[in-house]
Design a protein around this ligand. Structure first.
Ligand code: ADP
Length: 620
């Protein structure tokens, strides 16, 4: 995963967690406070409704008292003088906005039934209201106490065709109960008042939970609003508001709380206050939306800042990665281009400096290499020129040496001189030939004339070439498996030359009495043959094992004196292995040496491995 994602993803995740937690907490807070507000408003509305009833009760008692204490009324009632009762009551009742007043005498007979008509006038009803039979009158009559506390109830009035809130009060005459006065206010008056003061819709229930009236908008089925007797009992027992009940009405949601309706000692029924949910939820939703918007914007901001920071941090790293990749691919001109002063900036600067140094060194090395290549070229052309220039006089010299040798047959005094001359010129011939070979290898003009040939023939030839050396130096030559090797596709003369140099080296670097082994192996899987020329000689240190294949490279002291070419540690121009490698490579093969190291005491020996490809078609 890219470092950018390693930085951004955890950051995004963290931001998301914080944002989600934030939104959750805020939404919870908002909805909790909304719920609280709703409950409080329902409580407040309920309290107002209770207070309104208390106020209504006070107004009723005042009105009832005015009627009860009207002078002469108690007497007229006792005398059952209906006309007098009506005459006395009417002015009092009209003065104080009474909607309904009923007078019952001591015997429980309804004497007067006055009600206010639509036009505001008081009308005497001929029909009895029937209220004389209700507990609020019967109980007062039964108590027979002129000081008894007033009573009240909610009841239906068939004459007025509506529900009323009634209050009853005893009428006293000479400390005796003379009758009962009942005043009533219609729900049509009370309910709009309740609604306007409590700012909530109201439902009134009777003592069995039946909904009597409601202010809810539209045509409401009141029976649908009623509650069961059980629910009613719960409301009464709870004594406070039972709130939180939500319901839908004509596509609008409301929350409702119920309270018992109690005035003095009378349990009149119960009421419910109702608030539309959107009344509180809408502002809540607005503030929640605002919070979500705010959080959304904050999150975008946080993500943008995070992205910016990550870019600031990661871009220099990217620049470093790009530069290092370009440099690995060889473009040393590449720089990071990071200019910041922080740790990454320091790292990038150091990296740029390193690259600049590397570029400088590479340039120097390239120059040195060019010089060396130029020098090598000069050396190669010198070798070539020298070899060619030496060739003619050398031919002349060996010609004269041979002539002198013929003379020496007759004149024995010349024998030593001619032998020295012949050996010297032969050695020189050999050096010059080596120089010519190496210049051909260098200029890649070594002409190989490949043919289907065996390795046994060149090996036999080499064995013969060094016949005197085996004897003189008491060396043992062991050959193993060469005869069994398949034919190879190679230049037999070059194969001989390669074996010649390797065997000559083995002879030169093996003390007298040692063994030189030439072993042949076939590797059919790789389609190759391998020849290993190993000796029991002085060995070669690891540090030289690659370098000895370079021309003129010698590990020991340079001994270019005229010691014999097969003498122990005899001198040489340092070209043998370079020629051997040139020949092997010209045949598509490989050459290397294995040796535990150089030691002239223990003679660990060396093994030169030559691998030649075996043409499939030439395999036997
Ligand atoms: P030289 O003319 O010196 O023999 P070569 O190219 O043949 O040049 O060999 C290079 C050097 O490798 C030698 O000078 C010698 O130090 C080392 N060398 C080559 N063959 C052997 C060997 N068989 N044992 C130990 N050292 C060897």
């Amino acid at each position: 995963m890219s470092i950018r994602y390693k930085v951004i993803l955890p950051y995004l995740l963290l931001t998301l967690i914080v944002a989600v937690t934030g939104v959750y907490v805020v939404t919870r807070l908002v909805s909790n406070s909304l719920q609280e507000r709703l409950t409080n408003q329902l409580l407040e509305a309920g309290r107002v409704v209770s207070d309104d009833f208390a106020r209504q009760e006070i107004a009723h008692i005042e009105m009832a008292r005015l009627v009860a204490y009207t002078s002469g009324l108690a007497e007229a009632l006792q005398e059952n003088n209906r006309a007098e009762v009506a005459q006395l009551t009417r002015p009092v009742a009209s003065g104080v906005n009474i909607e309904l007043v009923i007078l019952v005498d001591r015997q429980g007979v309804e004497t007067l039934h006055l009600s206010r008509a639509q036009d505001g006038s008081l009308v005497e009803q001929s029909e009895a209201s029937g209220i004389a039979n209700t507990p609020i009158v019967q109980d007062l009559l039964a108590a027979n106490d002129p000081q008894a506390a007033p009573r009240r109830m909610l009841a239906y009035s068939p004459q007025q065709n509506g529900y009323y809130y009634f209050s009853s009060l005893p009428i006293e005459l000479d400390n005796q109960l003379a009758g009962v006065v009942v005043v009533g206010t219609s729900f049509d008056t009370i309910l709009p008042y309740l609604k306007s003061t409590s700012l909530a819709d109201v439902i009134l229930y009777n003592e069995s939970g039946k909904a009597l009236a409601a202010t809810l908008p539209g045509a409401i089925d009141l029976s649908g609003l009623s509650i069961s007797a059980d629910e009613f009992r719960q409301v009464v027992e709870a004594r406070g508001n039972i709130g939180g009940e939500n319901f839908e009405l004509e596509g609008r949601w409301y929350s409702l709380a119920r309270s018992p309706l109690r005035v003095g000692n009378d349990q009149l029924g119960a009421f419910a206050v109702i608030l539309p949910l959107d009344f509180v939820l809408q502002p809540g939703a607005v503030s929640r939306n605002n919070y979500i918007l705010l959080f959304g914007a904050a999150m975008i901001g946080v993500v943008a800042i995070g992205y910016g920071i990550s870019r600031l941090l990661i871009n220099p790293i990217y620049a470093l990665v790009r530069a290092s990749q370009a440099i690995t691919a060889g473009d040393l001109n590449q720089r990071t281009g990071v200019r910041s002063g922080d740790e990454i900036g320091v790292l990038a600067n150091t990296f740029d400096e390193m690259t600049a140094n590397l570029q400088q060194r590479t340039l120097e090395l390239e120059r040195a290499n060019q010089t060396l290549a130029q020098m090598d070229k000069t050396k190669s052309s010198f070798i070539q020129v020298a070899a060619h220039e030496l060739r003619t006089p050398l031919t002349l010299l060996s010609g004269y040496a041979q002539l002198l040798d013929i003379q020496a047959k007759k004149n024995h005094e010349l024998e030593g001189i001619s032998k020295g001359l012949l050996e010297g010129s032969a050695r020189m011939q050999e050096v010059v030939n080596s120089m010519l070979d190496i210049s051909k290898i260098d200029s890649k003009t070594l002409a190989a004339l490949p043919e289907k040939t065996s390795l046994l023939a060149p090996m036999k030839r080499v064995e013969k070439t060094f016949a005197s050396a085996w004897e003189e130096r008491n060396l043992k030559l062991v050959t193993d498996g060469i005869g069994k090797l398949p034919l190879v596709y190679a230049d037999p003369d070059l194969l001989y030359k390669m074996l010649y140099h390797l065997v000559m080296n083995a002879i030169k670097y093996t003390p007298d009495g040692g063994t030189i082994t030439i072993r042949g192996e076939i590797h059919p899987e790789e389609n190759q043959v391998e020849i290993v020329i190993s000796d029991t000689g002085i060995g070669i240190d690891h540090e030289h094992q690659d370098l000895i294949f370079e021309k003129f490279y010698q590990t020991g002291e340079v001994q270019l004196h005229s010691s014999g070419r097969t003498k122990f540690k005899g001198g040489g121009p340092g070209l043998g292995l370079a020629i051997a490698r040139g020949i092997v490579e010209a045949h598509g093969g490989k050459i290397w040496v294995e040796s535990p190291g150089h030691d002239e005491e223990t003679n660990p020996g060396s093994a030169f491995h030559v691998v030649l490809p075996l043409d499939k078609h030439l395999r036997q």
